[in-house]
Design a protein around this ligand. Sequence first.
Ligand SMILES: NC(=O)c1ccc[n+]([C@@H]2O[C@H](COP(=O)([O-])OP(=O)(O)OC[C@H]3O[C@@H](n4cnc5c(N)ncnc54)[C@H](OP(=O)(O)O)[C@@H]3O)[C@@H](O)[C@H]2O)c1
Length: 271
Amino acid sequence: MSEQRTKIAILGAGKMGTTLLEAVLGRGVWRPEEVVATGRNEERLALVGERFGVRTTTDNAAAARASDLVLLCMKPQNLVTLLEQTRDALTPEHTVVSIAAGATTMDVEAGVAEGTPVVRAMPNTPVRAGAGMTALCGGRWAVARNVELARGVFETVGRTLVLPENYFDAVTGLSASGPAFLYIVIESLAEGGVKAGLPRDVATELAAQTCLGAGAMVLATGSHPALLKDDVTTPAGCTTDGILAIEEGGLRVTLIKAVTEAARRAGELMN
Ligand SMILES: NC(=O)c1ccc[n+]([C@@H]2O[C@H](COP(=O)([O-])OP(=O)(O)OC[C@H]3O[C@@H](n4cnc5c(N)ncnc54)[C@H](OP(=O)(O)O)[C@@H]3O)[C@@H](O)[C@H]2O)c1
């Protein structure tokens, strides 16, 4: 690898790593020559290099040394090995951003030189559609500039929020696991549409766009969801009959438990 200065290293160019890579290049935040991507599999890496025109290497330490911003995009179980490989390469001049679910800033700080700024980010899969939700927090050596640098990456793929780290298990249970819960909701709404006589493709499109629209309304108006629900519900109309079925089926309790169970599990991931 040449010693040319790279701005950003994506260590672990898997699904999330390549999504971020595509977004930062697509939005023109970084140019291909400013990016280096790593992985363990040379053939897969070659495909990444060909597709995005970025440099690739299996040498994580070299990639880190040549960069200012280093994104750790591997699975939590591979993080310890990665940090052993980069122990001498990550220094206080870097901004290290980890997206490994369940890994705290302290977990990452334990594997880098003292004083190295670490930012933890928790994105979700809709980043692949540019509609992600990413929570960020800075570790003990991160200052606002480090958090903002990391935020700039995730803003290319959706919304971002900077939050205290003690919220992160809850964030994981809600916005990181949440898309899976909502796919079940979309699938179920579509099933209802099919039962009411719609073709499946039409029902699925109606269900998905309706969920997107409801989310957009909450964000655009800032109104409490209950008030928006009341707007749809006319006296003795059809929506109120549907709401009765939802309450009988316990949908609220089911979703509350889905989030709290996922959040509880998030706290166990690195154990
Ligand atoms: N997917 C999501 O929606 C999502 C949401 C929030 C957070 N996350 C977090 O994002 C991280 C990545 O998830 P993913 O879905 O993108 O996983 P993935 O597709 O499996 O990507 C992980 C990549 O890391 C590489 N890797 C592992 N150890 C490495 C090492 N020592 N050096 C260099 N590369 C290494 C793997 O390479 P090989 O293919 O060669 O093994 C793989 O390409 C996870 O920590 C996950 O918790 C994901």
